[in-house]
Design a protein around this ligand. Structure first.
Ligand code: 5GP
Ligand code: ZN
Length: 114
């Protein structure tokens, strides 16, 4: 997707603080962190949102969660806990239309969000 900032981050056209990448996913720190640890995990394939998941592409969600499982351990937030967030569409507050999962940790988080 030409105008997608996350596709540009994957291609290295926009700099990012990368944590991990493999053939299918890319993980990097959020530019505007909402917690001491706040990173995003995205598919390399441009999938607009959870609404765009289907039989052919939904396996990536399992891979994203396995990646989160590994990274939270490496970053040392697995034991105290963390929050995984996906925002979908207008009411969900999605601002970047390339599906992504936020991972927030490093402090106690209020619930529910505002
Ligand atoms: P959303 O609101 O769509 O769920 O989340 C988009 C997230 O992407 C926001 O938390 C925002 O701070 C982050 N973000 C937007 N642009 C950039 C960028 O250029 N670099 C990084 N690292 N994060 C970004
Ligand atoms: Zn994209």
């Amino acid at each position: 997707m030409e105008d997608c900032i996350f596709c540009k981050i994957i291609k290295g056209e926009i700099p990012s603080k990368k944590i991990y990448e493999d053939d299918n996913v890319y993980a990097f720190y959020d530019i505007n962190p909402g917690a001491p640890v706040h990173f995003l995990v995205i598919p390399k394939e441009h999938i607009e949102s959870v609404n765009s998941l289907n039989e052919d592409n939904a396996e990536i969600v399992s891979h994203i969660f396995k990646t989160i499982n590994k990274l939270v351990s490496e970053l040392g937030i697995d034991k105290n806990g963390y929050r995984i967030v996906n925002n979908t569409g207008k009411d969900g507050g999605q601002t970047v239309h390339h599906m992504h999962f936020h991972v927030l940790g490093g402090r106690s988080l209020a619930w529910p969000p505002g």
